[in-house]
Design a binder for this molecule. Structure first.
Ligand SMILES: Nc1ncnc2c1ncn2[C@@H]1O[C@H](COP(=O)(O)OP(=O)(O)OP(=O)(O)O)[C@@H](O)[C@H]1O
Ligand SMILES: [Mg+2]
Length: 369
């Protein structure tokens, strides 16, 4: 069997220009390096899989003047995973190494990953070295949990906060990988994967690999991804809203039943429906359309459906959905709560028209008479 390299490793950026969605950081780092103003202690904070280790390695390569795009050059780069090496001993070993200047290149770069895992005594043993490192040593600490790093360390580092990566950026990156690997994939499928990745590009790439394996040579489709990741098809929400617009609660209730029978959670459904209503609301104005994190093809669908609604109706629906969401956890009959919300939404227009308590038809008649 040929050795399979996962995409997350195969496509680890080798230069700042390939790093996605962290421009504020890559620009600052690049300028600092170009102007010889790089601090000796840096702290990279942010969620998992967004490019911290990647950027640390790029910095290490650049300041040593190693060929920027060359494969990992481990010379002068020392990586310590503090999650598994968190004792004072480990830090003492590291400090011992720091004493010797580099044999090649100008700098020795120490990358300490998951630095919040260091024990207290290890932290303390490290402080002095961090405060006054030899001129050739650069420390890059990385953590997903900045609040667990003690203030004495924080105050000795220049801090870089990494962003979660936006759905559209993850999706674009996946498309690049798919093209490079000559894999056919539907745009909506990529988008779904990107959403599931929840801000982490590494997760996006891992899910992508999984889907490629599943499709074994065939195109990766939206439907495959939906089924494999157990995601509710947003087409359901379009159908539910069609029912609500017709002031008919039958169809939404039947759809809810179908969704629950497929094993989806009613709470997720109501949260998803709220999101859908919010998307309809923002798609009513050209300026807010960009607030929707959906592929371009889907945007058109939202604009079409929102054409049949009014902002006040959408707001009434959103209020009902929101109340349902808030009360969900404490309700004894959660299914009924969601059904009730759907029924209220279906009839909110006629109730308003009918001035409150009476059903639509009678209410209207009363007004006419
Ligand atoms: N901003 C990004 N641009 C391009 N690729 C990225 C980015 N972030 C992550 N990746 C991809 O995900 C992989 C893992 O990223 P990296 O190791 O830098 O994450 P990390 O932030 O250090 O995560 P962790 O907190 O889990 O250590 C990379 O090899 C790369 O393929
Ligand atoms: Mg890392």
């Amino acid at each position: 069997m040929e050795n399979f390299v996962v995409s997350a490793r195969k496509y680890r950026p080798l230069g700042f220009d390939e790093v996605v969605g962290q421009e504020h950081i890559t620009t600052t780092l690049k300028n600092a390096i170009d102007n010889n103003k790089l601090a000796q202690a840096l702290l990279f904070c942010g969620p998992r899989g967004v490019g911290k280790t990647t950027c640390a390695r790029i910095v290490a390569r650049m300041i040593n003047g190693f060929e920027e795009k060359a494969e990992i050059n481990s010379l002068n780069i020392f990586e310590l995973d503090a999650a598994s090496n968190n004792s004072v001993e480990d830090i003492r070993n590291l400090i011992d190494q720091v004493r010797y200047p580099p044999q090649f290149g100008k700098f020795k770069v120490y990358i300490i990953d998951e630095v919040h895992m260091l024990s207290n005594s290890a932290f303390n043993a490290f402080l002095k070295t961090l405060e006054e490192p030899p001129s050739y040593a650069i420390f890059i600490l990385a953590t997903t949990e900045k609040h667990k790093v003690i203030p004495t360390i924080l105050s000795r580092c220049q801090i870089f906060d990494f962003n979660r990566i936006q759905v559209s950026d993850i999706s674009k990156q996946l498309k690049k990988v798919a093209d490079r690997e000559k894999i056919k994939v539907e745009e909506e499928a990529l988008h779904l994967i990107a959403q599931k990745a929840d801000g982490a590009l590494r997760d996006g790439l891992s899910i992508f690999d999984l889907m490629v394996t599943f499709s074994s040579g065939q195109a990766v489709t939206f439907k495959d991804v939906l089924n494999n990741l157990h995601i509710l098809d947003y087409d359901y929400y379009f159908q539910v809203v069609d029912g609500l617009l017709a002031e008919n609660h039958t169809q939404p209730l039947l759809l809810l039943d179908e969704i629950l029978r497929k094993g989806f959670d009613a709470h997720n459904f109501i949260v998803g429906l709220s999101e859908h209503l919010r998307n309809l609301l923002v798609s009513q104005d050209a300026r807010t359309i960009q607030l929707m994190e959906v592929p371009d093809i889907t945007k058109q669908k939202y604009m079409d459906q929102s054409g049949s609604t009014s902002p006040s109706l959408l707001l009434s629906w959103l209020n009902i959905a929101n109340q349902c969401d808030i009360n969900y956890k404490s309700s004894k009959n959660q299914r009924l709560l969601v059904e009730l919300a759907l029924m209220k939404m279906a009839h909110v227009q006629s109730v308003v028209k009918g001035n409150g308590a009476l059903p639509a038809q009678e209410g209207l008649k009363k007004k006419v008479n």
